[in-house]
Design a protein around this ligand. Structure first.
Ligand SMILES: Cc1cc2nc3c(=O)[nH]c(=O)nc-3n(C[C@H](O)[C@H](O)[C@H](O)COP(=O)(O)OP(=O)(O)OC[C@H]3O[C@@H](n4cnc5c(N)ncnc54)[C@H](O)[C@@H]3O)c2cc1C
Length: 395
């Protein structure tokens, strides 16, 4: 019996429109598949052909306005694109970046900034990285020290350091969160958002060696008196924290989509293997010791996928507070359920679970990253405790 891929199940897809989108993305990415992704990782290459085709087909801009050449849909559509790309064995951090920058630009950028960047983001010919995390601030964004000092001519001079910035080597621009030089009466420095070209004088970047087997690499970035013109500012100076949340909620949905896609990939591979592999009188999938843990993992994956779809809908409805709560929960559930699904898939493959050929174990750290980033599980629990349960803030 031909098995329906888990990602296509009608439990999660919101109607025929999403199913059609999913089939089209699956067909395009399926031509490349897991082996293509693995080869790029092994050789240090980039997935330019895949990215180009996704862009040309309009998939990278399904959530961007038609005015800029996008699909005019929302993050709920983009969730399908990211998840299905990942379900084909190609989980891409670059796709997560696409979910942060264009919503912020569309919400707060000037017409000129939008004109400059949105059409390219919509068709994939332009890419943007996002830099907020700093070594001495970490999770506490209020402590960032990268500073944009007004230069007296309407522009700024930027100095500081970011780390773990994903794919700035592939980006045409960086969206950087920086603070102003003067603290507000509450002692906090107001934050602002700037768009900067990565080859601007004063910027250097160094790759961080990591165990994450992805073609998108992470870097430490140094900004040494980088000159920013007045047109570098996104939105209102000092309003950066509020503005950035438009992109952070959608980022959490996209991150959850990456992990949900990994889950679908792992569960599909595990079901196929368990149906074929025979070491006693029956295939291994006939043993409940094999089938039940996989079934249980599948239930948790479907719960995470439903929560992610709901979070995406809340983002699209512009309900920022509810979207934040749901997107955090979705990311939390997707990270945990993907690790359980992947672990179970590896277990079912016996020794083969560890072979690169079977394409499972080398997904581990991509999935695992999202237990720690872009917001850690502890900070999600803090948020739920405080905002959903009304308990005192603990930090
Ligand atoms: C592969 C990868 C890609 C990334 N890409 C980007 C990117 O593109 N752009 C970007 O800006 N950043 C990026 N990051 C950074 C990522 O967002 C951060 O690593 C993450 O936000 C955690 O910050 P930190 O590493 O400084 O940890 P810390 O803030 O130092 O936290 C360390 C630990 O302490 C816990 N902790 C801290 N405070 C509390 C508290 N109040 N209560 C309970 N526990 C607490 C945390 O949960 C965590 O477990 C990336 C990271 C990785 C690994």
């Amino acid at each position: 019996m031909a098995r329906t891929p888990l990602s296509h199940s009608n439990i999660v897809n919101s109607g025929e429109h999403h199913l059609e989108l999913r089939r089209a993305v699956g067909q395009l990415v399926g031509k490349y598949g897991r082996k293509y992704f693995q080869d790029k990782v092994r050789t240090g290459g980039k997935v330019d052909e895949l990215w180009g085709e996704l862009g040309e087909a309009g998939f990278l801009g399904v959530h961007i306005s038609e005015k800029w050449g996008g699909g005019g849909g929302g993050i709920s559509d983009y969730n399908v694109v990211v998840e299905e790309t990942s379900a084909q064995g190609c989980p891409l951090f670059s796709m997560v970046l696409q979910s942060i920058c264009s919503p912020i630009l569309e919400a707060y950028g000037t017409e000129e900034l939008q004109q400059r960047w949105c059409p390219g983001l919509a068709n994939g010919t332009k890419r943007m990285s996002f830099a907020i995390t700093e070594p001495d601030a970490g999770t506490n964004t209020h402590r960032i020290s990268t500073t944009a000092t007004p230069d007296g001519d309407g522009g700024w001079t930027l100095s500081g350091q970011k780390y773990w910035t994903s794919a700035p080597d592939e980006a045409d621009a960086l969206l950087v969160v920086a603070r102003g030089p003067e603290a507000s009466p509450n002692g906090r420095h107001p934050l602002s958002l700037f768009i900067i070209e990565p080859d601007a004088p004063g910027i250097t970047m160094h790759p961080i060696e990591s165990v994450v087997m992805s073609p998108d690499k992470q870097f430490t970035m140094f900004f040494d008196n980088v000159k920013l013109g007045p047109d570098a500012l996104v939105g209102v100076e000092g309003n950066g924290l509020k503005q950035v949340f438009v992109g952070l909620n959608t980022e959490r949905v996209a991150v959850a989509a990456v992990n949900n896609g990994i889950s679908c990939y792992a569960i599909d591979r595990a079901s196929e293997y368990a149906s074929d592999r025979q070491v006693w009188s029956k295939v291994i999938g006939a043993h409940q010791g094999v089938a039940h843990p996989l079934a249980e993992a599948t239930i948790k994956v479907q719960q995470a996928r439903l929560m992610t779809e709901k979070a995406a809908q809340l983002c699209d409805a512009g309900l920022t507070v509810e979207a934040g709560e749901a997107a955090n929960m979705a990311k939390f559930a997707a990270a945990d359920s993907s690790l359980e699904a992947l672990d179970q898939a590896i277990q079912i493959h016996g020794g083969n679970g560890f072979a690169i050929e079977y394409g499972l174990a080398d997904l581990w750290f991509i999935a695992r990253v999202h237990k720690s980033a872009p917001v850690s599980r502890e900070m999600v629990l803090n948020h739920v405790a405080q905002h959903t349960l009304g308990l005192p803030k603990s930090y």
